[in-house]
Design a protein around this ligand. Structure first.
Ligand code: NOJ
Length: 528
């Protein structure tokens, strides 16, 4: 089918934390191969691998040293080829992470092709996403190079056609090998306003997000590369509105298939800073997702996600990971998976894995977290106050190793894991996946329903009970069919008038809740 990815569910693997096959404490490609049956049984269609390329790991592989080589810790190209073959043998697809806004400063280009990078005589006042300035002085040139992320991640100069061709050639190399698409890292940042200026509060984003030539470059990439293959593409695009998302994803524009919006992930922060915590107001979430559902309906395509390797665990964030962990994990899954778009599951989400709380900053590995801790300590913020922020928003929440079993280290490794395992692995692990009531089995049902019901792919979205602070309810309609989805985002029962129709799926035993939603209940009705 054309647009096959509209009926697909994607599963994201963070290879470093997925499965370690050789006891060095670091997940690897052979570990992924060992778990392919687990993924196939879940029913997911596409696996997206966070970067597996050679990298000095300043930002866990998002700083690529060689696009044509597999990171030693993860294995060899032969392992990768075997993985690809085995994924295809199970009728699944494999999507690579494409990180081409920047490379590692250890990439050969940085030395041999300095014009592939962005240099200025004077820095602006912009602050990098990982703290400090976005400019690093280099003595040999007596100039500064731009790095929106760490100083070991210099930004590439997309104005240079030679660089663009080198990127396209590399993409074709992977596609010719048989990979099925790309998740494109911060792809909406590749075009910088040439006239870079100081910005209020050091926030230069309006000069590099959705910049002047980004659509020209993506159209060119599409023409020379993407359109030549039957693949799927998703562009990570912070700071993008539905209007811009339409420009990126409308079929006739021939750019990308879908993008990742960030708006719904920013609703629990009080300012532009992710660490500035604020409780989620469910009404904001409903209105935001409604805007995206309507904004892209028939005019683009949504990606649907709660989790990835940069976000805290959703059950700890918008659910209740203590008293209602299983119920709220299933409820959140229901709420997301009945919307229009392509859903993404991040490793461990199907087990209801939770955030983690380590006492010591030394137990954290993420460059963003570690730099933030240091900056805030220097600014006089107390250890405890910073840890509260890290517990809520730190990226290592998502990166603790997969919890496969109740064995030491959750069965992830026989060695010492590169990042500590969440101590709750004895209670929360994949051994439960066979239980008919497990979160995994619930996800499996949702994935199956999407494959079989066209209404989930095509139906119109309408929000119900807009003003209710606890209940997220909506309908999907398509021809004569109707789905009505009710999700209780609170630990209190809620009385509502539930619709007619047969119950399609829910996270409580059927019929015990007519007119009353139980804590974190989700229930979906179907009518023809
Ligand atoms: C977005 C990636 O998802 C994140 O993990 C990374 O740190 C930055 N881009 C920089 O590549």
């Amino acid at each position: 089918m054309a647009d096959w990815w509209k009926k697909s569910t994607v599963y994201q693997i963070y290879p470093r934390s997925f499965m370690d096959s050789n006891g060095d404490g670091i997940g690897d490609i052979r570990g992924i191969i060992q778990k392919l049956d687990y993924l196939h049984e879940l029913g997911v269609d596409i696996l997206w691998l966070s970067p597996v390329y050679d990298s000095p790991n300043d930002d866990n592989g998002y700083d690529i040293r060689d696009y044509y080589k597999i990171m030693n810790e993860f294995g060899t190209m032969a392992d990768f080829d075997e993985l690809l073959e085995k994924v295809h043998a199970r009728d699944m697809k494999l999507v690579m992470d494409l990180v081409v806004n920047h490379t590692s400063d250890e990439h050969a280009w940085f030395k041999d092709h300095p014009n592939f990078y962005i240099w200025r005589d004077q820095p602006t006042n912009w602050r990098s996403f990982f703290g400090g300035s976005t400019w690093q002085y280099q003595k040999e040139r007596n100039q500064y190079y731009l790095h929106l992320f760490s100083k070991k991640q210099p930004d590439l100069n997309w104005e240079n056609p030679e660089l663009r061709n080198a990127v396209y050639e590399m993409m074709r190399w992977w596609l010719d090998k048989g990979v099925d698409g790309f998740r494109m890292d911060v792809i909406n940042m590749i075009s910088k306003n040439p006239d870079m200026k100081d910005a209020p509060n050091g926030d230069g984003s309006s000069q590099f997000m959705n910049g002047p030539n980004v659509h020209t470059y993506l159209k060119e990439m599409n023409k020379h590369v993407l359109s030549q293959y039957n693949i799927v593409t998703v562009g990570e695009s912070p700071g993008t509105t539905p209007k811009e998302a339409r420009d990126y994803t409308a079929a006739q524009n021939q750019e990308l298939n879908m993008i990742f919006t960030f708006e719904h992930m920013d609703l629990d922060q009080a300012s532009g800073e992710k660490w500035d915590l604020k409780p989620l107001d469910l009404i904001d979430l409903k209105e935001n997702l409604e805007k995206w559902q309507h904004g892209l309906h028939n005019e683009g395509w949504n990606s649907l996600y709660w989790n990835n390797h940069d976000q805290p665990r959703i059950v700890s964030r918008f659910g209740d990971d203590q008293d209602w962990r299983v119920e709220s994990a299933k409820m959140l899954a229901t709420c997301l998976h009945f919307m229009q778009g392509t859903p993404y599951i991040y490793q461990g989400e199907e087990l209801g894995m939770t955030n983690v709380r380590f006492d010591l900053i030394e137990d954290y590995q993420d460059i963003e977290t570690v730099n933030m801790y240091q900056e805030k300590r220097e600014a006089g913020v107390s250890h405890d106050d910073i840890m509260t922020k890290i517990y809520a928003k730190g990226r290592d929440n998502a990166r603790t190793p997969m919890q496969w079993s109740a064995e030491p280290n959750g069965g992830f490794t026989t060695g010492t894991p590169w990042l500590k395992v969440n101590p709750n692995y004895k209670d929360i692990n994949a051994l439960q996946h066979k239980d008919s009531d497990s979160i995994y089995q619930y996800y499996k049902k949702l994935i199956g329903l999407r494959k079989n019901m066209d209404i989930i792919t095509h139906g119109d979205f309408e929000l119900l009970h807009r003003e209710d602070p606890d209940v997220f309810a909506y309908t999907r309609t398509w021809n004569d069919e109707k789905l009505t989805v009710y999700c209780n985002f609170s630990s209190q029962p809620k009385s509502v008038t539930l619709p007619e129709g047969k119950i399609l799926i829910g996270n409580y035993a059927p019929n015990n809740s007519k007119g009353l939603l139980q804590p974190y209940e989700a229930i979906v009705y179907y009518k023809q």
